[in-house]
Unconditional design. Structure first.
Length: 184
């Protein structure tokens, strides 16, 4: 359910684009993000900082797209979001000396510091690369190709990255279920 809520604005943006074009899709994405944040706030009482950031970026870049009647701004939105996330991880690691990935996920799994650092740096690099790739697609291809890339390419690359990272991290995760159950 959380995955559907997270991708709700992107899916609605994609559908609206296919039927009505980039400007209607931009307005739909802005409204969907507001609905998403409102739902999360009412349902869970809390909205993650990343979701607030996403709302701010879509309002600013979506609003600029609609006011200037230029699709360039909405095409920059994913890049800005990716680079802000990568920048936060970088600043956390280098300036604050804090691994933000470990802060977010440390309660779910136990890893050595070297693995946490590798994870933090790999996510930082991934976000920087995705931001650059988004701009390349936005400026080298038509808007329809960019919208398709935003949904399918971006999500596909994210999935491949997560699977690759899970494979890397699997060497550090202890199998506690088999240790407890000798018949397993």
């Amino acid at each position: 359910m959380k995955l559907l809520i997270d991708f709700f604005p992107i899916l609605l943006f994609f559908v609206a684009f296919k039927f009505w074009g980039i400007y209607v899709a931009t307005g739909v994405a802005m409204a969907a993000t507001v609905v998403q944040i409102t739902y999360l706030r009412l349902r869970h009482g809390k909205v993650e900082p990343m979701q607030w950031l996403s709302l701010g970026v879509i309002v600013v870049f979506g609003g600029a797209t609609l006011l200037a009647h230029s699709e360039t701004f909405i095409k920059w939105k994913p890049t800005v979001l990716y680079w802000l996330m990568g920048g936060a991880l970088l600043v956390g690691q280098v300036v604050l000396r804090k691994n933000l990935i470990k802060s977010l996920m440390g309660a779910q799994m136990e890893l050595p510091d070297a693995a946490w650092n590798a994870m933090n740096w790999s996510w930082t690099g991934f976000f920087v690369a995705m931001g650059a790739l988004n701009l390349w697609v936005a400026y080298q291809f038509d808007t329809e190709t960019w919208v398709n890339f935003k949904l399918f390419g971006g999500l596909g690359l994210m999935l491949v990255f997560i699977v690759a990272q899970a494979l890397y991290l699997s060497r550090y995760i202890k199998d506690t279920d088999n240790a407890k159950d000798p018949l397993a």
